[in-house]
Design a protein around this ligand. Structure first.
Ligand code: UD1
Length: 416
C-alpha cells in the first residue's frame, strides 16, 4: 500500500492549477444515464472515485471513453440497471445512479451503502423523495429494488439538507411527468453545476443553488458538452496548507465564490488573500491565529474542510473550537494529530484545539479522504519526517497531491 513521506518545515511558494471538482464530476457522470446520446465532459479530475464511477457505469452498459481530463459517456442502451455492493461499498456516491436509472429504465437495483468511517450516512431522504414521485422501493438482501412505470412530479420537503439526495431527485425529476419541487434542497455549488449540465441536456430546472428547486419534467434529454467546475475543497485544502506552513501561493482555475466561508476563516487566521476572477493568492508569513469553525451546509463552513482547519489550529496561537454538525463521527484525525504532538480534547461534537509551538513528525494513518488531507497539512509543518499511511483515501479525491505540493517546494514523496 502506498504511503507519503513528508519532511516538514518548509514554506510553500509558487503556482498551482486547481483540478475539476470530484463532487461535481460524480453526479454529472451519472446524468449520462438520462440520455441515449453522448455526454462530453471536460475538466474531469483524474481520481480513483472517477474511475470507480466509470467502472460502475460501464458495468451497466454505458460506453466510456476517457483521455486525460476528458470523458465521454454514452448510455445508448442500459443493459443492467444494477449497482453492486462491491462498488457501492467503496464509494457511497454510487447511490447517485438510483434516480437516473429509475427515470430512464423504470427500474433499478442499487446496493445500500452501509456505514462508513465518518458516520451512519443513511439514504432515507433519497428513498422518500423517489417514493413521493411514485416509485416503489423494497429493501431485500441489502439492495434497494426500485420500480416506477414513469415517475411523476411531486413536492418533496427534505427533512435535512442532503447534497447527493438533492442531486438524485433532481436527476430523477428531469425525466418525470409534471413538475417536481424540492424544498430544503442543498445549495452546494456542485448541485448548481449538475443543474447546469442537465440544463445543457435539455432539462428544465429553476432555482438550483437556492433551497427551493423546481424541475419541469421532459420526455427525453439529449447529449451535451459540459466543463466540470473547479474543486473548491481541493482549493481550500491547498490554501489551508499555506496558512499552516507559511509562504505565498497562487491557485489558478479556481472558483473563489464557492469558497467564501473558507476564505473568511483563512483571513481571520492572519493570511492575506487576494481574489482575481478565477485565481486566489494567499500569503502567510506569521504564526496562524486560532480560528473556530462550525460546519454547516453551504454557504456555511464545509464539513469537507473541517479536518484541514483542525490541522491548522494545532499550530495556531490560541485555542480553536472545531464543531462538526453534519457527520457524527468525523474527528478520527484528532487522534492521529495527537500522535504528532497536537493538544486536542473532544467534547461531544466539538474539538477543543490548543495550539502548540510545533508538531513532531511520526507515522500516522489516514482514516478517510479529508482526514488524510488534514494529516498531510500537519506533516508539512511538523519537525522532521512524517509518514502518512493508507493514502488510497487521498487518491480517491486529490489529483497528484504529491506532485502539486512538490511544485510548491514541499519535501514529499510517494513510497510504493
Ligand atoms: C456529500 C459530499 C461529501 C460531503 C457531504 C456534506 C458528494 C459525492 N459527497 O455527501 O463530500 O461531506 O455532502 O457536505 O457530493 N442524511 C440522512 N439521510 C439521507 C441523506 C443524508 O440522514 O438520506 C444525513 C447524512 O447522514 C449527513 C447529512 O445528512 O449527516 C448530510 O449528508 P449528505 O449531504 O447527504 O452527504 P452526501 O451527499 O453523502
Amino acid at each position: 500500500m502506498d504511503k507519503l513521506r513528508i519532511t516538514g518545515g518548509r514554506a510553500l511558494e509558487g503556482e498551482l492549477t486547481v483540478s475539476g471538482a470530484k463532487n461535481a464530476a460524480l453526479p454529472i457522470m451519472c446524468a449520462s444515464l438520462l440520455s441515449s446520446q453522448p455526454l462530453k465532459l471536460s475538466n474531469v479530475p483524474r481520481l480513483m472515485d472517477v474511475s470507480t464511477m466509470a467502472k460502475l457505469l460501464a458495468q451497466m452498459g454505458v460506453d466510456v471513453s476517457r483521455s486525460e481530463h476528458s470523458l465521454t459517456l454514452t448510455a445508448k442502451d442500459i443493459k443492467d440497471p444494477t449497482a453492486s455492493y462491491e462498488l457501492v461499498k467503496t464509494m457511497r456516491a454510487s447511490v447517485l445512479v438510483l434516480g437516473p436509472l429509475l427515470a430512464r429504465c423504470g427500474r433499478a437495483k442499487v446496493s445500500l451503502p452501509g456505514g462508513c468511517a465518518i458516520g451512519q450516512r443513511p439514504v432515507d431522504q433519497h428513498v422518500k423523495g423517489l417514493q413521493a414521485m411514485g416509485a416503489t422501493i423494497a429493501i431485500e438482501h441489502g439492495y434497494m429494488h426500485a420500480a416506477a412505470e414513469r415517475l411523476r412530479g411531486a413536492r418533496v420537503v427534505m427533512d435535512l439538507v442532503t447534497v447527493t439526495g438533492t442531486e438524485n431527485l433532481m436527476m430523477a425529476a428531469a425525466l418525470a411527468e409534471g413538475t417536481t419541487v424540492i424544498e430544503n434542497a442543498a445549495r452546494e455549488p456542485e448541485v448548481l453545476d449538475l443543474a447546469r449540465c442537465l440544463g445543457a441536456m435539455g432539462a428544465k430546472i429553476h432555482g438550483a443553488g437556492s433551497d427551493v428547486i423546481r424541475i419541469e419534467g421532459v420526455s427525453s434529454l439529449s447529449g451535451a458538452s459540459h466543463k466540470v467546475m473547479p474543486d473548491r475543497i481541493e482549493t481550500g485544502t491547498y490554501l489551508a496548507a499555506v496558512a499552516a506552513a507559511g509562504g505565498k501561493v497562487r491557485l489558478a482555475g479556481a472558483e473563489p465564490r464557492s469558497l467564501d466561508a473558507t476564505l473568511e476563516k483563512l483571513r481571520e487566521a492572519g493570511s492575506k488573500i487576494s481574489v482575481l476572477d478565477s485565481s486566489i493568492e494567499i500569503e502567510m508569513h506569521e504564526r496562524p491565529r486560532a480560528v473556530s469553525v462550525r460546519t454547516a451546509p453551504f454557504p456555511g463552513f464545509a464539513t469537507d474542510m473541517q479536518a484541514q482547519f483542525m490541522a491548522l489550529a494545532t499550530v495556531a496561537e490560541g485555542t480553536a473550537l472545531i464543531t462538526e454538525t453534519i457527520f457524527e463521527n468525523r474527528f478520527m484525525h484528532a487522534l492521529e494529530l495527537q500522535r504528532l504532538g497536537a493538544d486536542i480534547s473532544i467534547e461531544g461534537n466539538t474539538a477543543v484545539v490548543r495550539g502548540v509551538q510545533r508538531l513532531q513528525g511520526a507515522s500516522v494513518m489516514a482514516t478517510d479522504l479529508r482526514a488524510s488531507a488534514g494529516l498531510v497539512i500537519a506533516a508539512l509543518v511538523a519537525e522532521g519526517e512524517t509518514v502518512v499511511e493508507r493514502i488510497y483515501h487521498l487518491d480517491r479525491g486529490y489529483e497528484a497531491i504529491e506532485k502539486k505540493l512538490g511544485v510548491l517546494g514541499a519535501r514529499i514523496e510517494r513510497v510504493r
